[in-house]
Design a protein around this ligand. Sequence first.
Ligand SMILES: C[S@@+](CC[C@H](N)C(=O)[O-])C[C@H]1O[C@@H](n2cnc3c(N)ncnc32)[C@H](O)[C@@H]1O
Length: 268
Amino acid sequence: MTAPRSNSLPARVRADVAHNARVWNYWLGGKDHFPVDRTVGDQVTGMYPSIGEVARADRAFLGRAVRHLAGDAGIGQFLDIGTGLPTADNTHEVAQHTAPDARVVYVDNDPIVLAHARSLLTSSPEGATEYIDADARHPDRILRAAQPTLDLERPVAVMLLGILNFVLDTDEALRIVRQLMAAVPSGSYLVLTHPTLELGGEGNEAAMRFWNENATPPITARGRFEFAAFLDGLDILDPGIVSCARWRPGPGPAGAEVAQFGAVARKP
Ligand SMILES: C[S@@+](CC[C@H](N)C(=O)[O-])C[C@H]1O[C@@H](n2cnc3c(N)ncnc32)[C@H](O)[C@@H]1O
């Protein structure tokens, strides 16, 4: 997309500052981004060439995790926080392919995601999808708004893919996870991805610094120890905490390891 004149945009959209949802869409090969997103996206790629691979591996992980949960694990409800712009294989499409009656609530706080949310509301007739424009820092508000669509007495897969990295304070990020997981019953799941400077991600440090000076929202990386703390008290599924590219890869050669942790864990 070219940068629209500001009077044609929802008031909260900034076309002059790169936004994560739009740059992520650019890295994924989508078309919902402005010149400033492409410029910053290309500069980050110049500093950290595997970022496009990270984005694709994260989406592929989402597909494998949701297929497993909707299939073998029998999960029929998904709360996908930090959804991103609609792309190929959105959560409800993957889940409803396996379980047509799956119910999915999407949450993001980017006004461009809100503007495109209608593409996420294409549920199967047996299932349901809903979109909530909210900040992940307010789990109570999100849980309240999700309740007409999700039955919180029944297991839910809480998905936080590539989003806790935008909650810079680790205690606050932990509080968000704990509040969400406390609100769902035993048999629910937590699905997480998070960028790291481990797993060969050392080159990402300068790129993240550049991001924080030139784009929004600011980002942080976390190590294995901090990532593991998000999963405290949950049973982590095999193969544990790994590069998201290595989480139950399909048949054929495994994709290259990327510097993004991924894990799926069940609430006992
Ligand atoms: C890296 S993208 C990940 C998108 C998708 N989950 C995926 O894995 O492909 C992060 C998304 O989180 C959203 N986000 C960032 N901070 C947020 C916050 N505080 N509350 C809600 N959404 C947020 C961004 O707008 C963006 O769409």
